[in-house]
Write a protein that binds this ligand. Sequence first.
Ligand code: GLA
Length: 376
Amino acid sequence: MVKLTPPMGWNSWNTFGANINEELIKETADVMVESGLLAKGYEYLVIDDCWSLKTRDENERLVPDPEKFPNGMKAVADYVHSKGLKFGMYSCAGNLTCAGYPGSFEHEFIDAKTFAEWGVDFLKYDYCYHSPIIHGQYLYRRMGLALENCGRDILFSACSWGSDQTHEWIKTSAASMWRSTGDIFDTWESVKDLTKQQEKLHPYNGVGCFNDMDMLIVGMYGEGNVGLKGCTDTQYKTHYSIWALLGSPLMIGCDIRKMNEATKEILCNDELIAINQDRACRQPVKLNGIWSGDDMVIYSRQLENGDVAIGLFNLSEEKAAARFNLDEIGLGFSTGKTLDMHEVWTKEDFRVENSTVIRELPPFGCEVYRAKVVDL
Ligand code: GLA
């Protein structure tokens, strides 16, 4: 299956871990529609690890845990589809999943067929307990082929955390997205760490196979499976802005049944979603900035209609100034052009008059612009 823009949706892992069941999935599906998240583009509802029994049936097929999913997976998929959503599930390239349930190793084709029969539209494919002898690229190509031949369009979401040089071979599988970094946790340090780890991988993001920076922690406030210290709304806003601007898939990880207004506002910023979903899917650029320091990161990305998205992110706990020159965007003074800047959160507009932009940002704060090229 070919996906032309970064996938968007919800995944059970960050908040619920092993505590998943049919009721939760149905309630989440209802909220995805009623809260307007589906209308914004969040279309995949994905059940992560811990959904099956610990053993396969007599035909070697995976079996949903009857206590968690008493009506089987087809019933869950049918409900999710009846809401206009797409249904995602999880397996692993190893013998076992990361939480110790049966993985798909040596069962790739039979599992792909089972998922297709249940009505699955998305498969997240992890990398725990994988063979020490067979290289990851073969394991991901195997499942990629199994999915391409299962008779149903299933988006392949690879999750090998960037290990074994995933970026060099992942596009040889049928993956539409690939986890480029390790697991996220609900702390600011985790957001900062993943942001910086991602920088060397910017060149590999692109149309059809998106760098997945992991599920969002927005709105978790330290609750749930990967909830540790939690973050502030300012930090969640900056986290979301970075993931969106860099073109990562946007998979919500909080309990949306309890989502507050601040969380909803962050997840539903139309202008930012439009930047994330820009069809050109161009490579992000890290600007050098001027005296900006390691913790002031500035990224830009050229958009399909000629606009430029520019994000200023203060990763430090001190207020700080972001400074950059339009030269770095491609607008040297001799071009006779400048930028009309429009900030997507505050809706502030201004024109750059002297080639340099200087903005003061609060601790952990950010500004994201959609900038238009205009005559000087
Ligand atoms: C790995 C993945 C996580 C999650 C868990 C489930 O750690 O990276 O995203 O799927 O496994 O066990």
